[in-house]
Design a binder for this molecule. Structure first.
Ligand code: NAD
Ligand code: DAU
Length: 351
């Protein structure tokens, strides 16, 4: 094997797509998926690749420094792609501490473990930190986030991710740890946990339950198909420059309510419902506390320097996503059977 890469959070939504791409496209890499299997981690996401000879799964918590040091000493990875995180903004509002622990302490534990095993030779090593556009705060109706936009995180989730980004840069500057960071916009696609807007709405529409739209539905997000994101991650992993940050986005801004109407149109078509039936399920509910108005990414740097651009149009991506969820009802049923209903009731029934 040419290289051992630890991918953290590989059982989650984006992580599972990264693990699939790296194990299948690069059989010469040994891919170690290190994941705690929280409510968001699901090994079913990787059923098709779990028997590959270059894939291995380790269950463990990045908050446990001793455990992490032990894994890194044993496996001696040349690279880390760090995706493990608490990732849902609404949960960070209900319970900030798990975000502080995993997203900040967990990231520092990984940085320390890399320092420890790479201290005598940093050549060819890489700590790749996957981050979010939410660290830049909220935009008004104009403008785009660039790599030099000042940080202004406004939720416990985005503040914890911002903190981890600063620590990654500090380890690069102080200890010369080779790092790269990407800040990406909203992803969607197969295997996303149904707490997030698109899969939650697909599930509710299918079951004829209300679609909860926060506030007036006027918030804007820049949506990127997960397959395009993992292509960008491949590009940055292999060609990104030490110490650099790259923004990744879909050039695809949608107001939430308009997105929901498009989704309803696709669902009516797929479920053979009369046009307008699913839209009748829309229900405006109490707004998210501190709800950021608009995110939008200027992805010019990654296009100019690494020749990456999104390929999947929004309609095509949404149709693929809807079809995947409708064809994988077992996946949804398994996910919903856990603790999720407790969270759902707390988040939506008391609003
Ligand atoms: P996810 O919630 O679907 O998956 C997170 C994974 O991390 C799960 O498999 C979970 O078990 C694992 N995990 C959580 N805590 C852990 C811990 N303490 N130790 C080990 N494993 C742990 O998240 P996602 O949406 O796939 O996001 C992945 C990464 O990408 C995150 O860092 C997130 O901040 C970032 N990101 C996500 C988006 C998006 O739209 N989903 C956009 C930009 C950036
Ligand atoms: O921008 C990147 C970020 O995108 C990632 O870093 C996060 O991990 C990811 O969760 C996502 O954050 P958002 O808060 O933007 O995603 P979410 O799907 O939770 O919400 C999208 C928009 O839809 C947001 O404006 C809130 C709104 N919303 C969400 C839910 C769950 C609703 O109106 N109703 C809902 O029930």
């Amino acid at each position: 094997m040419k290289k051992t890469i630890i991918i953290t959070g590989g059982a989650g939504f984006i992580g599972s797509h990264v693990v699939r791409l790296f194990t299948t496209r690069y059989p010469e890499y040994r891919i170690i998926n290190l994941d705690a299997l929280t409510y968001a981690g699901n090994l079913e996401n990787l059923k098709d690749i779990e028997k590959l000879p270059n894939y291995e799964f380790i269950k463990g918590d990045i908050v446990d420094a001793e455990f992490i040091d032990g894994v890194f000493t044993e496996y001696q990875p040349e690279a880390v792609i760090h995706l493990a995180a608490e990732s849902h903004v609404d949960r960070s509002i209900l319970d900030p501490m798990s975000f502080i622990n995993t997203n900040i302490i967990g990231t520092v534990n990984l940085l320390n473990a890399c320092r420890n095993i790479w201290k005598d030779d940093m050549e060819g090593k890489l700590f790749y930190h996957i981050s979010t556009d939410e660290v830049y705060g909220s935009l008004g109706s104009e403008g785009l986030f660039t790599e030099t936009t000042s940080y202004d995180p406004r939720s416990p989730y985005s503040a914890s991710k911002a903190s981890s980004d600063h620590l990654v840069r500090a380890y690069n500057h102080t200890y010369k740890l080779p790092v790269v960071i990407t800040n990406c916009s909203n992803n969607y696609g197969p295997n996303q946990f149904p707490e997030k807007l698109i899969p939650l709405s697909i599930n509710n529409i299918k079951k004829n339950n209300p679609i909860p739209v926060y506030g007036k539905g006027e918030n804007v997000r820049d949506w990127l198909y997960v397959g395009d994101h993992v292509e960008a991650i491949d590009r940055v992993f292999h060609q990104g420059k030490n110490g650099e940050t790259y923004n990744i986005g879909g050039n695809n801004e949608w107001m939430n309510i308009e997105l929901i109407h498009l989704l309803c149109e696709i669902m009516d078509d797929r479920l053979d419902r009369a046009p307008g039936t699913s839209a009748g399920l829309i229900e405006f509910v109490k707004d998210r506390a501190g709800h950021d108005l608009r995110y939008a990414i200027d992805a010019g740097k990654i296009k100019d320097e690494l020749d990456w651009e999104p390929r999947v149009t929004f309609r095509e991506g949404l149709e693929k996503t809807v079809d995947w969820y409708l064809e994988n009802q077992d996946w949804m049923d398994n996910v919903l059977s856990g603790d999720y209903s407790k969270y759902y009731n707390k988040q939506y029934k008391q609003r």
